[in-house]
Each structure stands twice: as structure tokens, then as C-alpha cells.
Design a protein around this ligand. Structure first.
Ligand code: ACO
Length: 408
């Protein structure tokens, strides 16, 4: 791939979007394009040009993401990756990814993250599957809670127009932001995008709705959802609540909000498609088989500056070991690193390694949600000292499990 790669100019924005429109086989509404533009720093875009024409593109959103220990770390949110069908499988993605990772390093972020359209694409570029999500379809008839589910008589529900309740959403979200690795800061433009509710975007699910849980002291949680209306041939209601997000600052508010969406009149089920893997609802439903749960990969993570990333996070258990890292895409990460969680250091060393592994497994474990022993069982990690992988895996594990919660 010998095509030049550079950030796009303002004038090239429409052509940049045309590549995405074509690559994702979608038809963007002009309003969606404007919303996306408001989120995208042009100087952090990249395009590969065939003559004057962008044929492969990508961009970065800047945000801070919670890492184990509750620190907010600046990360590069990689997005909008697309290559024209006419130019596919000629190495354009490869060129874009390598250039982008060098740019991220220069920009000073130690970690890059993304949501993948297909799970097979990004491992080769050093991204590891860092978080999984759960999806449920919970029938109302199977949604009874366990007898000891929390309840607080001081709580009440309030229906509101989402746009009018925005400040309350922000208040709740900011209160939970640092409690789970993977959650990331939301700019006003990202809230605009989440709360956008244009007719063309509804896909038969009706308008955006919300319910808030509050007491005399203020808001304690919210659920954002749509409702797909429906009736059987015999006029039995079978509408479905499509849960977009639900956050609460305490368990009683969380339980009440779930009850509110599960008990919705004229609805027979709740479909929730992006929930954390350790979502507490799994323990509130008395018959958990009725969750009809499935899992998918969620966040992918890549260590761009390995020592900076590994010293930024907290660890759940002590680890003192030499990790030999293979990283052909970011060669500055290659070699042996002595990680000392006790001293809070990660330094280059010539000492004999305890482990040898590819960088993507460190990315997978970085947010605390990926045990490392299965990689050894799969023959993908080499342990030179017995017990070293268990030591690293225990140190990197974290609860609650990571989840970014909002596709970017
Ligand atoms: C974060 C995001 O935005 S995710 C969105 C990703 N974009 C899409 O899914 C849109 C549709 N797809 C596309 O635009 C393109 O097919 C892309 C971007 C996925 C790939 O672009 P290409 O320029 O064809 O990839 P390129 O030729 O550089 O391939 C690099 C490597 O990735 C592999 N690869 C490419 N696409 C895929 C895929 N979909 N699944 C698995 N492997 C893939 C290639 O085989 C090649 O492997 P190799 O290095 O072992 O030979």
C-alpha cells in the first residue's frame, strides 16, 4: 500500500463521510453527519488518498476512560474505520492502523480503545478483547424479583421528556463514571448524540423515553428506552421495551428502574442489548433463565505506551515479574519489562522473562475483565516460571468488570 496517508481538511469532510457511507453500506442522514462532525476533531482523522480521493479513513475521539482503581485515563477512541470496496484487501487498513498508532503515541495517550464491527479485524494490530457485554430478552411473565430485592419507600418514579432531564442524566452518569473501568467521559456533543431523537432514526421503535428514580434529595437513577409497540392477531399486547441505558447510584434505585421497564403496560418483554457482563439484574431476577442472555465482545483495548499504561492502573493483587512482550506493530513496546505492582513501576530489563506473550493479551486484560490462564491453555502464551501467569492474571483482574456502555 503506497497511498499517502494524512488528516483530512475541512473541504474533504464530505468525501471522508462518503467512504464511511459506502464501507458501512449505510445511508447517513445529513443530521447524522453533522452530529458526527461535532464529535470528530478533524486533526485526528486520517485518510489514505488515491489521487485526490479518500479511499480509506479513520478518526479518533478524545476522552477519558476509567481504569482499574478509578483513575480517568486519557485514551484514543478509535472510530470510523472504513475502506472502499474498490480498494479492499490491498493493505490500506494496515497502513492506517500503523500510522494512527504512531500518532497516538506522539499525542501522549498510552491506550487506544475501539468497538469492532467484526471481531476478527483488530487482534493483528495489537488490540485485545477487553470487555464483553450481555444482551437479554426478558419476558414480563418471567421477570419476578427475588424476595430480598432492595426497596426504598423514599424512592419514586418520574416520567420525563429525555431532553428536559438531560442535566439529571449527567448528574447520575458523572456519579457512576469512576465506579466501573471502561466507562468514559461524555462531552456535551456525545450527550447530544445519545439523546438525539429524530424521526429518521427511530426504526419503528417510537420516540426516546425515560423514567427517573428520585427522592426528596434529588435524582438517583434513570432509564432511557424506546418502545416497539405490538399486538398479536388476537389483540394481546406484545410491545417490547428497548432499553438503551440504565444507570443508578444505589441498588434500590437500580432495582426500581428495572421494575419500571419490566412492568410497563402493553409490553410483554424488555430487550437490553448492551449491558455489563456482571449486571446486577442477573441476581435480581428470581428465575435467571428468563434473562435469555447472550454475550458479545464489547470494548477492544491496545497498549500504545506499555510502561505508561501499566503503571497508570491499580492492581488487585501483588505481582513482581518480567514480561517479554511481542509487538511488531508498535516496536517500542517490544522486549522485556519488569512489572512491580508493589513499587508501581514497569521498567525495561535484560533479566530472564517469567512470561512471553503478544501485546494484545495485555490489552485484553488491561481493564480487568480478561483472565489470562485460558491463553496459556490455548497455547498462546509461554510461561517460563510456573505460576507467573496466574500471578499476573490475579493482579490484573478487577471488579466490577469493565464495560464502556456506549458505542462510539
Ligand atoms: C473501529 C471501527 O470503526 S470498526 C469498523 C471497521 N469497518 C468496517 O467493518 C466497514 C467495512 N469493511 C471495511 O471497510 C474494510 O473491509 C476493512 C476496514 C475492515 C479492512 O480494510 P482493508 O484495507 O481491506 O484491510 P487490509 O487490506 O489492510 O487488511 C489488513 C489485514 O486485515 C485482514 N482483514 C481485513 N478485513 C478483515 C475482516 N473484515 N475480518 C478479518 N480480517 C480482516 C486482512 O486479511 C489483512 O490480514 P493480513 O495482514 O493477515 O494479510
Amino acid at each position: 500500500m503506497n497511498l499517502p496517508i494524512r488528516p483530512i481538511s475541512e473541504a474533504e469532510w464530505p468525501a471522508f463521510c462518503d467512504v464511511l457511507d459506502e464501507a458501512f453500506a449505510t445511508t447517513f442522514h445529513p443530521v447524522q453527519i453533522d452530529r458526527f462532525k461535532a464529535l470528530t476533531p478533524l486533526e485526528r482523522t486520517l485518510a489514505a488518498f488515491d489521487g485526490d480521493l479518500p479511499v480509506g479513513v479513520t478518526a479518533i475521539f478524545d476522552f477519558d476512560m476509567t481504569i482499574p482503581g478509578g483513575t480517568l485515563l486519557p485514551v484514543a477512541g478509535v472510530t470510523a474505520v472504513g475502506v472502499l470496496a474498490s480498494h479492499r484487501r490491498r493493505g490500506i487498513l494496515n497502513g492506517l492502523m500503523r500510522r494512527q498508532l504512531r500518532d497516538i503515541k506522539e499525542h501522549g495517550e498510552s491506550v487506544a480503545v475501539l468497538y469492532a464491527s467484526e471481531a476478527g479485524i483488530y487482534g493483528r494490530f495489537g488490540y485485545g478483547r477487553a470487555a464483553d457485554n450481555v444482551f437479554y430478552r426478558i419476558p414480563k411473565h418471567g421477570s419476578a424479583f427475588v424476595a430480598n430485592a432492595p426497596a426504598d419507600p423514599a424512592l419514586r418514579l418520574r416520567t420525563a421528556v429525555p431532553a428536559a432531564a438531560r442535566e439529571e442524566f449527567v448528574q447520575v452518569f458523572d456519579a457512576v463514571l469512576r465506579t466501573r473501568p471502561g466507562l468514559y467521559t461524555r462531552s456535551p456533543e456525545r450527550w447530544d448524540s445519545l439523546l438525539a431523537d429524530e424521526e429518521f432514526d427511530r426504526r419503528g421503535d417510537g420516540r426516546l423515553r425515560c423514567v427517573l428514580a428520585e427522592d426528596d434529595g434529588g435524582v438517583r437513577g434513570y432509564a432511557l428506552f424506546k418502545i416497539k409497540r405490538g399486538f398479536t392477531d388476537h389483540d394481546v399486547p406484545e410491545g417490547e421495551v428497548r432499553l438503551i441505558e440504565l444507570f443508578a447510584v444505589d441498588p434500590a434505585a437500580y432495582a426500581l428502574l428495572w421494575r419500571s421497564v419490566l412492568d410497563r403496560d402493553l409490553c410483554a418483554s424488555v430487550y437490553a442489548w448492551n449491558r455489563p457482563i456482571d449486571d446486577p439484574i442477573q441476581h435480581l431476577i428470581a428465575e435467571p433463565r428468563h434473562l435469555n442472555a447472550g454475550t458479545l465482545d464489547e470494548l477492544w483495548a491496545r497498549l500504545v505506551d506499555l510502561p505508561a499504561a501499566l503503571t497508570a492502573r491499580a492492581y488487585a493483587a501483588p505481582a513482581e515479574l518480567v514480561i517479554e512482550v511481542a509487538d511488531e506493530v508498535c516496536p517500542w513496546n517490544e522486549g522485556r519489562w519488569r512489572l512491580s505492582t508493589g513499587k508501581g513501576t514497569c521498567e525495561r530489563t535484560d533479566d530472564a522473562p517469567d512470561l512471553t506473550l503478544p501485546v494484545q493479551y495485555l490489552g485484553a486484560a488491561y481493564f480487568g475483565g480478561r483472565p489470562l490462564l485460558p491463553y496459556a491453555a490455548a497455547g498462546l502464551v509461554t510461561e517460563h516460571r510456573a505460576g507467573a501467569l496466574r500471578e499476573l492474571s490475579a493482579a490484573m483482574a478487577w471488579e466490577p468488570r469493565p464495560w464502556a456502555g456506549l458505542v462510539f
